[in-house]
Design a protein around this ligand. Structure first.
Ligand code: AMP
Length: 285
């Protein structure tokens, strides 16, 4: 399909019709849900969709339902013009940018009760976060009935939550997972990195460093998971993070904490640097 520049739509109806028309014309459709402030992490998902699908739709919506009352909804960056320019470069076909009322009219009251996998980690620290994610993602899948949806492993638990919802609610869409894109020094790209002062930017490196530490310990034969978590915490606290939400060494499918590392595990971390909360993770083994 590839128009010169993407079609920009703001209503559900326009988005639905555009995707249906693309499918009717025989195109495989990919969708990339985002909250905007696009960086190379987001763009890697978009590139993959463009490579694999004849028609790619990107959504930009800062979803209020997934922010807690003391979180950064009001200050979340919204550089729409720069986002559209980046998407134009990548030959995206459709960009859906609804406003809040388009997604949540004033009398909106239906929310998804997210699957059990949403309970640990982010679920403990950010109550209702995955309820908001699950609800908006299901809405977006209905508004843009694509063949495939692209998500980043950066939000690893979110990826598992969405896979579960798609499987258990029989949503006819393939979920594609894309690897984490990092800065050369290891920091995972995030829209929230713009909040960091130069000192916090330096301290933020301790997130990827603690994951590296965990991988090194496992490689050197360490199997005691609590000892590894302890070492991860030490890297973070010595690196100057202000508060730890969690340090986890978990089963990659169930997110249950492991006691012994006997197969592949996922290391996951969430920490605060000043007012900014960052997450990171990696697969080990
Ligand atoms: P967000 O705008 O933060 O909701 O992210 C939109 C999508 O981009 C999600 O699927 C994220 O997991 C993904 N994403 C964000 N940062 C990265 C990154 N550094 N590498 C890969 N994917 C990412």
């Amino acid at each position: 399909m590839r128009a010169d520049s993407p079609q920009l739509v703001n209503t559900r109806d326009q988005a639905y019709k555009a995707v249906c028309a693309a499918k009717h014309a025989g195109n495989i459709v990919g969708v990339v849900p985002t909250m905007g402030a696009l960086h190379e992490g987001h763009l890697s998902l978009v590139r993959r969709s463009v490579a694999e699908c004849a028609f790619t739709a990107v959504t930009i919506f800062v979803n209020p339902a997934q922010f807690g009352p003391r979180e950064d909804l009001a200050s979340y960056p919204t550089p729409l013009e720069a986002d559209l320019a980046a998407l134009r470069e990548l030959n995206v076909d459709l960009v859906f940018v609804p406003d809040k009322d388009e997604m949540y009219p004033s009398d909106f009251s239906t929310y998804i009760d997210p699957p059990k996998i949403s309970l640990p980690l982010e679920g403990t620290c950010r109550p209702d976060h995955f309820r908001g994610v699950a609800t908006v993602v299901l809405k977006l899948f209905n508004i843009l009935p694509a063949d495939a949806a692209y998500f980043g492993e950066k939000d690893y638990q979110q990826l598992l939550v969405i896979r579960r919802i798609v499987a258990e609610l029989n949503i006819p869409i393939k979920v594609r997972a894309c690897p984490i894109v990092r800065e050369p020094d290891g920091l995972a790209l995030s829209s929230r990195n713009v909040y960091l002062s130069s000192r916090e930017r330096e301290q933020a490196l301790s997130l990827s460093r603690c994951l590296k530490k965990a991988a090194e310990l496992v490689q050197s034969g360490e199997t005691n998971a609590e000892l590894i978590r302890e070492q991860m915490r030490a890297v973070l606290l010595n690196g100057g993070v202000d508060a730890l939400d969690y340090v986890s060494l978990a089963d990659p499918e169930t997110l249950q904490e492991v006691t012994q590392v006997v197969g592949p595990v996922r290391a996951l971390v969430a920490a605060h640097l000043g007012k900014t909360r960052l997450i990171d993770n990696c697969l080990i083994g």
